[in-house]
Design a protein around this ligand. Structure first.
Ligand code: FAD
Length: 336
């Protein structure tokens, strides 16, 4: 029992503890599981290694009416300092089914690849390259899981998840069964989908509770060397333009016809620091954790950037990242 936990959470902890033993952790610090290295504790934390475990953990939590959150690599999340109430399930389901046939066997087209949602994108891109499967080269520098990419429509270098996704398998609380949904169902736009929620939310506060299980990708066959060369060029471009260190990629979406980074730089905010959080001197749309920053430091920096850009250029910047967790008395940001 933990005095901070609700009785529902305590009851769930008991059931999950019986089922998963010591793999269930209480009050797990989320800073260790986000690329920004920020975030307070999750009441309950579990790593799912198989799709069955993932579904089972979610269903048990839903039955207990405890909020759930599926975490991929935490590469798009600003988690509050107070942490996340309820259950956070880290997705490490990493099965990959590659098409049959030789790597450059044109006859076996169209090669369809099915990947589980916990597969790490850059590793997948390299693995596909070795097989002579092209279409995911853009993902080589995008940290995160397949599940995160399906939710966010992750993309880079002019390509998007939606371009190579045929369909994805979901498990939703409402339907209580596994269902494949074709790419059109996801209503993809620029870093948006019908699954992605914008703005600040507590775990579990989605219009629909769901988990992404698998994705089927349509790829084309090319020579491994050609694919590797393209990925090497993308990697080089990224290294030249983006800062190293702890970040969550682009903080804001690019407004129509412009770039968030250009606007923040033109507002003279490059290099500005609040607490341990800094607007990168290398790329103004990257906010980096310089020294033990808190989530509140990042919130203050986000607000500074938004208000300054609005005042100088009359442009409303929209968050690309998600703020999640318990923000206490702090008013949620109204704009996203
Ligand atoms: C250095 C750096 C560079 C980046 N560059 C890019 C870039 O070029 N392009 C780009 O698009 N992004 C970029 N990002 C952001 C990030 O890589 C993507 O947003 C990525 O898709 C996040 O995946 P994730 O697995 O980490 O998701 P998380 O951050 O863990 O989660 C994101 C959302 O997806 C949900 N989710 C994740 N998995 C599942 C699942 N299986 N079922 C249901 N919901 C799920 C989570 O609940 C959450 O709502 C960058 C980030 C960093 C740190």
């Amino acid at each position: 029992m933990n005095a901070r936990h609700s009785t529902d959470v305590d009851a769930l902890a008991e059931v999950l503890g019986d089922r998963f033993g010591q793999r269930l952790r209480l009050d797990e610090p989320l800073a260790a599981h986000t690329t920004l290295r920020v975030g307070g504790p999750a009441d309950l934390w579990l790593t799912a290694a198989t799709l069955d475990e993932l579904i089972e953990a979610m269903c048990i939590a839903w039955q207990h009416q405890v909020a759930t959150f599926v975490l991929g690599s935490g590469a798009n999340l600003l988690v509050s300092d107070l942490g996340v109430r309820g259950l956070v399930v880290q997705n490490r389901c990493q099965g990959v089914t590659l098409p049959e046939g030789e790597p450059t066997d044109e006859a076996s087209d169209p090669p369809r690849t099915v990947v589980e949602s916990g597969v790490i994108l850059p590793s997948l891109a390299h693995r596909l390259a070795r097989q002579g499967l092209s279409g995911l080269e853009w993902a080589v520098g995008v940290p995160g899981t397949v599940g995160g990419a399906v939710v966010n429509n992750a993309g880079a270098h002019g390509s998007y998840t939606a371009d190579c996704l045929v369909r994805a398998e979901l498990y939703s609380q409402r339907h209580s069964r596994r269902e494949w949904r074709s790419v059109n169902w996801f209503e993809y736009g620029y870093r948006s989908s019908r699954l992605k929620q914008s703005g600040t939310r507590q775990a579990g506060e989605r219009a629909e509770q769901f988990v992404v299980l698998q994705a089927e990708l349509a790829l084309s066959r090319k020579s491994p060397a050609e694919i590797e060369n393209r990925m090497a060029a993308y990697t080089q471009r990224r290294r030249a333009t983006q800062p190293p260190g702890a970040s969550i990629g682009s903080m804001f979406k690019n407004p129509p016809g412009d770039y968030a980074g250009r606007l923040i730089e033109a507002a003279d905010l490059k290099g500005v620091q609040i607490g341990g959080a800094q607007i990168s001197p290398v790329h103004a749309n990257f906010f980096v954790n310089q020294a033990q920053a808190s989530a509140s430091d990042f919130v203050a920096l986000i607000e500074l950037a938004r208000q300054t850009v609005k005042a100088r250029f009359d442009v409303d910047l929209e968050l690309e990242i998600e703020r999640i967790g318990d923000w206490g008395n702090e008013q949620p940001v109204a704009h996203t």
